[in-house]
Design a protein around this ligand. Sequence first.
Ligand code: AMP
Ligand code: MG
Length: 339
Amino acid sequence: MKTRFIVSGAKSACLMDAAHIIRSGGLVVFPTETVYGLGGDATNAESAKKIYAAKGRPSDNPLIIHIDRPESAEPYAVTNEYYYRLAEKFMPGPLTVILPRKDTIPKETAGGLDTVAVRCPSHPIAHAFIEACGVPVAAPSANLSGKPSPTNAADVLADMDGRVDMIIDGGDSEIGLESTIVKLDGDCGILLRPGAVTVDALRCVLREVKVDPAVTGSLPADAHPLSPGMKYRHYSPDTPLVLLDGNDSDVLEFMKKTSDDAILICFDDEAAVLAGHRIIPVGSREDLSEEAHRLFSALRMADRMGAKVIYGHLPKKNGIGLALYNRMIRAAAHTVRKV
Ligand code: AMP
Ligand code: MG
């Protein structure tokens, strides 16, 4: 398949072409504020099958449906008061809500589940594109299954060239980590995937928010987690990643003693001390949003640089740190070294 690459993504003629591709059963990669999405018509079972094939994704790992405004969920999901309370505070934005599924969404899109994941992105290109489609857009992250999600068009192209009909370039993703996923249960919620909308923020709307054990723990091989994606290897660079657990000065001492075989994902203020080593700085330690913004492209860059091992800090679990912890611990296949 020849992939059309659109640089000036916001031009309306291009978005009309992109919407036409979706309605004809094709696939379009589009930018969002979290990561790039690999979109198809969520109401078309054949489109869902094409998405799974393009990613090499197991078909029991359900897709999130993307809508232009919160009310657009009505034909596809059984909404309730708490969905709209969450929507009022966090939509459009990086929050996905799991609701009971209506039959307008085929079971192929939902990985066979009787629920459906709904999200309303805030990125202007994503919004205009979804609105032009006139159908909800099913979209997982636009990476090959298991790889770090793409946060810029070059990383999309590396995985998806020849696998999709069109790629719309919208520059660097603002947030850089996938959306927060919460499953509603009355006036309470279960956090299935942490993201930029934090647990504390959700607790301002919901009476209680439990964190699913799969968010921080490792799962036995035969587990059936609430979010099927949690059981798959994900976010992984090809090079083994090892997370260093210790206070900042001990981690820095360890990093200083590593050889040329290692790539070090470090904070900006460590770069000078680590001069001569192969480093990828990911921002200041006070600004975890910056680390989130840069993490996935750093993991992909580390692979391109080539090394025997990548070392990084084990993130703390507060605020957006919980999302960083969740992505990094899985990218590292739970390999943690005490220092
Ligand atoms: P991605 O599409 O790559 O952002 O991954 C979507 C994530 O949402 C996966 O981990 C899925 O397992 C999860 N997900 C999608 N739909 C549902 C659902 N109905 N119930 C629980 N988790 C879901
Ligand atoms: Mg993904």
